[in-house]
Design a binder for this molecule. Structure first.
Ligand SMILES: Cc1cc2nc3c(=O)[nH]c(=O)nc-3n(C[C@H](O)[C@H](O)[C@H](O)COP(=O)(O)O)c2cc1C
Length: 213
């Protein structure tokens, strides 16, 4: 699913979120930008974003941003002029969305360098950065038992320092190689429930009448 391709989904199999999720102030649909932290073609974390897209209630759209590979290394010297196009694209994707949902792998006890690099770009300029005050939820899939939880610990530390508003529970999917079906749906009811719960918490951030699944 390329960035810009907006998906509106039916209520999940649990039948939760029956009213749909709409910004109570404007009654417009809520848009979430999904950011996969991996460049790998068969990335479990990209699959996890697709798994979320299967569970969205009406009125909640997920746009997956796929520009991570094009983001250049952060350099303060580049901040004086117009920022590189890929960075402008990232900032615009975040700015235009109501919230962000970041799915990160664990690389050597932390998040991948390229994701951290993108977050550094999105943390500037200080005081008016697109991530400052932005509602952000996190999740992670890992082939190992604890990688998904530990990666989010790192990610949340970075987001807190940036000044993002952390929303919702963490979704940590271990043993990722056995968790998705051919359509990238989560197989285990436990994780599907956590997934709909996270979506519900995100939606409730904009429509307080919504309760977490
Ligand atoms: C450079 C590198 C470092 C890694 N470090 C860890 C790690 O610290 N803990 C862990 O659980 N898995 C680690 N892994 C395995 C990744 O979790 C695994 O490759 C995962 O599938 C990456 O996420 P993706 O499927 O979304 O690409 C590492 C992989 C790479 C390439």
């Amino acid at each position: 699913m390329a960035y810009g391709e907006s998906r509106r989904h039916q209520a999940g199999p649990t039948g939760r979120c029956p009213r749909g999720a709409f910004d109570v102030n404007s009654q417009r649909a809520i848009t979430i930008v999904g950011i996969p932290g991996s460049l790998r073609r068969e990335s479990f974390n990209r699959q996890l974003l697709h798994a979320v897209s299967h569970e969205l209630p009406p009125g909640l759209n997920l746009d997956v941003w796929n520009g991570l590979a094009r983001i250049p290394a952060f350099n303060e010297d580049l901040e004086d002029g117009p920022v590189p196009e890929a960075v402008a694209d990232l900032r615009s994707a975040i700015a235009q969305a109501d919230a962000a949902l970041i799915a990160t792998p664990e690389y050597n006890g932390s998040i991948p360098g390229q994701l951290k690099n993108a977050l550094d770009w999105a943390s500037r300029p200080r005081g008016s950065a697109v991530l400052e005050g932005k509602p952000v939820a996190t999740m992670s899939a890992s082939p190992t038992p604890y990688g998904a939880a530990w990666a989010q610990e790192s990610l949340r530390r970075v987001l807190t320092i940036i000044g993002a508003e952390l929303v919702g529970s963490e979704l940590a999917v271990p043993q990722a190689f056995q968790q998705f079906d051919a359509a990238s749906r989560l197989i285990a009811p436990e994780f599907r429930q956590q997934c709909t719960g996270l979506i519900g918490e995100l939606a409730a951030r904009f429509d307080p009448a919504m309760t977490a699944a």
